[in-house]
Design a protein around this ligand. Structure first.
Ligand SMILES: C[S@@+](CC[C@H](N)C(=O)[O-])C[C@H]1O[C@@H](n2cnc3c(N)ncnc32)[C@H](O)[C@@H]1O
Length: 331
């Protein structure tokens, strides 16, 4: 893969600042809090759960598609929307490393801190330990956090794919020696007084190697305002994985996600799909990811599928049990 990103972004700095000041967006559970002066509707936070090599099957599909359906294109433009702190964008870069075409890869997210972190090129991998119950209680609902095999010895042998991803990871990243994470006082006290029920974390830090640092770039951008940043029909592939629920659900009792009312969902999803349609090339791919809220087991998913079909997208990849159309092609 030729690693220089040269999509021209007009006035991106100015636009990013403007965008951060007029966010019209509903974020969710705790990781990045939006500024107090910002109108955020029901929620005030963005969930930025992510990991290296999360849902790799969809990226494997994209890789095959680029090698076959797009083999006549010398340059492939990829936008990684909702890239969070960049783990996903670098994963795409790693997994497409051997592709002969030149890849322009841009990650964007509405989280200001997430984008600043992504730009630093420093990443963390955590391993959780403790009793079986504590670890499984911690991992419950944390679908993304299973990349510790990249950095920590495992009790079970790695699968062939895990070995491959681990090799790729170490081709791109070097460990920062003697990194020591600051453990918050609350966690230290909890570990001291309730060692049986407190998960213990070990964290390693990694830095992108200088020769790989140009393989992608990062910008603040809202999926609803793609047209402010990117030219029409620029993206051969547009990812927006595990993020649409920020726009389509609200937090219900016990933190369950509830679909917003149809009179909100229909125009919101029409706006989102309009932006995607405008930005994707003919035969380009829209990668939706596998968060259940974005699929037909919720009203928002049903409306999303219908809206994509209306805009002449058709599903080309389903998850393993066939229930989620995770990748769509623009016809
Ligand atoms: C759960 S993370 C998913 C990260 C990554 N795509 C993955 O699958 O690992 C959701 C991300 O969506 C971002 N996000 C939410 N709404 C967005 C919007 N309207 N435009 C761009 N990014 C958005 C959040 O800031 C957050 O980083």
């Amino acid at each position: 893969m030729n690693c220089i990103c040269d999509i021209q972004i007009p006035n991106s700095q100015k636009y990013s600042i403007a965008l951060q000041n007029q966010i019209n967006f509903c974020g969710v559970a705790p990781v990045e809090k939006l500024g107090k002066d910002v109108f955020v509707g029901i929620r005030k936070e963005l969930i930025q759960e992510t990991a290296f090599f999360r849902e790799p099957e969809t990226i494997e599909f994209v890789k095959k598609y680029i090698k076959t359906a797009f083999n006549y294109k010398p340059v492939i433009n990829i936008l990684d929307g909702a890239c969070s702190k960049g783990y996903e964008t670098y994963t795409i870069a790693m997994m497409l490393d051997e592709i002969p075409q030149k890849i322009n890869l841009i990650g964007f997210d509405i989280g200001k801190k997430a984008i600043n972190d992504a730009k630093k090129g420093v990443f963390f991998i955590k391993q959780v330990s403790g009793t079986e119950e504590t670890v499984s209680a911690y991992k419950y609902g944390m679908a993304a956090f299973n990349d510790d095999y990249l950095a920590f010895p495992q009790t079970k042998a790695l699968s062939a794919k895990q070995e491959e991803y681990k090799q790729l990871f170490h081709k791109f990243f070097t460990e920062i020696p003697d990194y020591k994470e600051k453990i918050p006082l609350y966690n230290r006290l909890r570990e001291k007084f309730f060692p049986e029920t407190t998960p213990h974390f070990e964290t390693k830090a990694f830095q992108i190697k200088p020769e790989k640092a140009n393989c992608c770039d990062f910008f603040y951008c809202d999926i609803l305002k793609l047209d402010k940043l990117f030219p029409k029909k620029i993206a051969d592939v547009l990812f927006f994985r595990n993020a649409l629920y920020h726009l389509t659900t609200k937090r219900g009792p016990l933190d369950f996600k509830l679909a917003r009312p149809n009179e909100v969902l229909v125009p919101t999803l029409e706006n989102v799909v309009n932006q995607i349609d405008r930005t994707i090339t003919k035969n380009g791919l829209f990668v939706l990811g596998e968060h259940y809220c974005d699929h037909t087991n919720m009203e928002s998913g049903k409306i999303l599928y219908k809206t994509l079909e209306k805009h002449k997208f058709s599903p080309v990849y389903f998850n393993s049990d066939g229930t989620m159309a995770s990748i769509w092609k623009k016809n």
